[in-house]
Design a protein around this ligand. Sequence first.
Ligand SMILES: Cc1ncc(COP(=O)(O)O)c(C=O)c1O
Length: 483
Amino acid sequence: VFLELDGEGPNYAQLIRAIKAAIVSGRMSSGVRLPSTRALARELGLSRITVLAAYEQLRAEGYVESRVGSGSYVNSLRTEPALKPPANEPIAPPSRYAGRARAVQDRLLPRIHLGVRFDLQYGEPQINPALNAIWGRELARAATYTPMRVSLSQGHLPLREQICRYLALRRGVQVAAEQVLIVSGSQQAIALTARVLIDEGDAAVIEDPHYFGAWQELTAHGACLVPVATDHEGLICAQLPKSAPRLIYVTPSHQFPAGSTLSLSRRLELLRYAEANQCWVVEDDYDSEFRYDAHPLAALRSLDHGDRVIYIGTFSKVLSGALRLGYMVLPTSLRDDFVNAKFLCGFGCPTLEQAALAHFMENGGFERHLRRSTKVLRARREALIAGLHHHAGKRVQVADSHAGMHVVIWLPDYSYAQIDVLIAMAHEAGLGLYPMAPHYHFPPAIPGLMLGYCNLSTTDIEDAMCLFGECLDAIDASVLSPT
Ligand SMILES: Cc1ncc(COP(=O)(O)O)c(C=O)c1O
């Protein structure tokens, strides 16, 4: 039998692979005698020890058997049907979950303008090159001092303690470390919430407009979503359904993506509704770190005396989405179920990253980073708003929320069709614009745009707004010019 060695790795391993392939393919059938070790070594130019080691391994794995005084023989193997090459045709969803998860993929993120000069996409936090070096030092330190053990499913205790301090100081939330669960970002927090709280067909209220990641996750878990409209005071609580939903997902600090802040009276109304209907409120506090006015509002959770609010925070916006670290503050009655769900979903989060972050928070580096980022973002936001006023003037209404990482503008004098043309024209000119409509269940009568400004310098933002004004001029001219 012709045995071809593939040249990968040690000789004995190559020989084992070659003989196995010959046996499995049937070229060496059961009962056939293997060449003597001396003969095979000579034929393949290997040492006899190498061949002996390979035969020994094949014997141990049951491919061959040795008969005393007679040599080694191929064992009779149960012949497996030849593996079929994977078919290319799509298969039907293997489960109801897979079917729903496929269906929600169709609702893609808003268009991404790859490679344009000025991309006003929302999502990525401000990329601060210094953070890489800082993080490198923190990780190296953590690797030196942290035992390489899997951390508790609930999360590394020093990090949970730091989060408690941070929440008390910045979000007005007094909580003990036992109520905090570390997760790999808010998206996982939403997924765990769906797993723990939702059975197929359960109603879940979602804001309209809403964060599409929450919509996707809850739908994939089989929730029946009930969109409730929002206005300049956030969720319109008077429109909450008469029959109790399982949960209400809200972004009270900075409504995603429209930007309003849930007013105090609505906050109290929402909590009263949750208590009266025994449902849960999921507070996604995704970018509350960035507030540019004097009075940052405390989190909804700080008013929650009935213990109905599941609070979600993330480091994705303030540090980097690449960290995949976030946290939840859980109502006491739900804590164990969430910790179980996290355990079943891959145990805890990576220990070293959690230790590094805990130390970064403890030594004040996180707070410094936060202050620096807020200063940079405030300047960028001001440049954007000034540029809009200067180049777009009264043609746009700025829904300025004094918070977050993006600004929403409404264009009451333009149709949806014109905004599509504007977006295409801006793309050609090197400017990436993103519509508001895909974030709605019931898109509003007036078209809007979402302008993310995190990763453009103030000079770039001024140039981008100048381009924006020129594109608007072109749209106006095309309306005015006779066709
Ligand atoms: C409102 C909102 N919630 C949650 C997330 C998910 O964040 P994470 O990276 O923490 O999973 C995002 C991400 O953009 C978001 O905008």
